[in-house]
Design a protein around this ligand. Structure first.
Ligand SMILES: [Zn+2]
Length: 159
């Protein structure tokens, strides 16, 4: 095996590096997340090529998801988005908010991913209690990844 050139060594470094200083100065994402995880989220939002991960998306999705699971009232069917193909209106469907938060978890370094995961676990427990399972879910996206149970809850009209 030929000796590695410096460029090759750099390329071989783990993808997860500490978030740079600028990522520590972009304000809170959620008041329950540590400064290190907050910086990691900002860094991921500004550098990820994932189509759904853009600056500010984690804070917006967390706020929406928490508002839904904490809203007063009993169990409720989910409301589908009237415009599901549109990048903004898509998030009128709360399951889509949860799905994008999962995409964020997937791109974070392990410690930050674990912290966001634990926050989501608590909100997920409330989400399960607030919504109904839908064993007949038609969601092709759920079928593509059965771990994404939030895509398999009951919608208004049974759809
Ligand atoms: Zn729209």
């Amino acid at each position: 095996m030929p000796r590695r050139r410096p460029g090759a060594l750099r390329a071989a470094l783990p993808a997860h590096r500490p978030a740079p200083a600028w990522a520590r100065d972009l304000g809170p994402v959620d008041d329950r997340l540590s400064a290190g995880t907050t910086a990691a989220i900002h860094f991921a939002e500004h550098t990820s090529r994932h189509v759904d991960i853009a600056p500010g998306v984690t804070a917006r999705m967390l706020a929406r998801y928490r508002a839904f699971v904490r809203a007063p009232g009993g169990r409720a069917a989910l409301e589908p988005s009237s415009c599901p193909a549109c990048p903004g209106c898509r998030y009128d469907d709360i399951a889509e908010c949860r799905d994008t938060l999962e995409e964020v978890v997937a791109v974070l370094p392990p410690a930050a991913a674990g912290e966001l995961r634990r926050l989501l676990d608590r909100l997920d427990a409330r989400f399960r209690r607030r919504t109904f399972p839908d064993p007949l879910s038609w969601s092709s996206r759920w079928r593509a990844d059965p771990r994404r149970w939030w895509l398999r809850r009951l919608y208004e009209g049974g759809g």
